[in-house]
Design a protein around this ligand. Sequence first.
Ligand code: C2O
Ligand code: CU
Length: 485
Amino acid sequence: AALAGCSRPADGPGTGELLASELPLPQRFRVPLPIPPVARPVKVTAGTDHYVVTQRAATVELIPGTKTRIWGYDGIFPGPTFRGRRGRRMVVTVRNELPVPTSTHLHGGVTPAESDGFPTDLILPAGYSPAPPGHHSAAGRHHDGTRDYHYPMTQRAATLWYHDHRMDFTGPQVWRGLAGLFLVTDEVEDALPLPRDDRDLPLLICDRSFGADGSLTYPQRDMTRPGADGMFHAGIFGDVILVNGAPWPRAEVAAVRHRLRLVNGSNARRYRLSLSAGTITQIGSDAGLLATALPREDVLLAPGERCDVIADFTGLPAGTEVTMGNALGEGPAADVMRFVITGPAADDSRIPERLSALPVLEKTRAVTERQFDFRFGGGRWTINDQPYDPAATLCSVREGTVELWRFTSDFHHPVHVHMAHFQVLSRGGAGPDPGDAGWKDTVDVRPYETVQVLVDFTGHRGRYMLHCHNLEHEDMAMMANFDIV
Ligand code: C2O
Ligand code: CU
């Protein structure tokens, strides 16, 4: 069988098929940039903050003048932003009032296995029937209507995000709105003179398509089988770029430094982001601050990846329009959002020489080497020729050790490892790319490329997973379990 719309170039937007909206596309750079509300704890006890969030259907206005039915955490998209503090435990009670099972994963979280959002560890809608297919329940645990996720927050400051992770349905359920931001802070970061408050902007970037009635459209056919045309889905692209849920928004900003926390929350689309004026300097990646700042021309972000940058608008005259563009997008997808400079303002922020202590993992630390081959075969997206089996495990690793993992691929596969963070050792036989710097949990493996990473399994024991973060590949079985023992 053939693959739908595969693109082979090493720097393409990814592999997939573009869904065209049936609505006239909204005008770009008109809607003000929304900032998702911050979740407030319902109870604060010694050392622990308790939260409650409800997954429900809601009708919202994403496109001006158009009503869209979404599935959202607390009925909004993106969901509320959680703010975690290193050293304070969090318990998040998730209530599922949707008609479908869900599972919530904190992406980048150093989370105990029971709270990691395993794809078969489901919150069933109260009184859900019929029961899910047998192979799901064999490996999974089920919670009726509600459950608690425990986040110990032992990790360093970082830009994380959370999203649905239900087996076989992550793509459609995230597409409908089940995702949000989760920011971790700590004392190391507090002590730095970085831009803060309203000059610290989280930007969850994703693409969507809209039906004539304003609905979020997603292919109805079974993603695990070829369509009538004999084609498999290789990933779903939308033609509307949303930032924090708004189409091509605009933000009015003073001519000063701003921190932009870039998060690629798209199902399959990759971005190469740049600004039409000002400069960008990277200060952090997936799992927190870099050791030292890194000037960047542009930033490549595959699905699931984050990049923390300082955008410096200093000296730009009032009225200057600074467009964030996407060099991998065509037509409207080549634009992301716009900053409009209001004028000069006081700015006591700066980019410090040294950002954080970041021990560089040496290859000699690796106790084992393993290879994971991400490939299309037998009608599935597989890892080491195996389609995902929630009851099986590919390997066992020892808690507290470092291993060298080698990822190989046939297409673009953003490879994500749960719980364990890693450092990129090499890419395509050469050194890492600039964008591979720091602690990562997701790495973009390009077609026919080998990426070697050193993975640190310090944290928790139990069953975790690695998978492709192209959500359609993930739903078509490109996932595998590993045990930390
Ligand atoms: Cu962001 Cu296992 O996923
Ligand atoms: Cu993939």
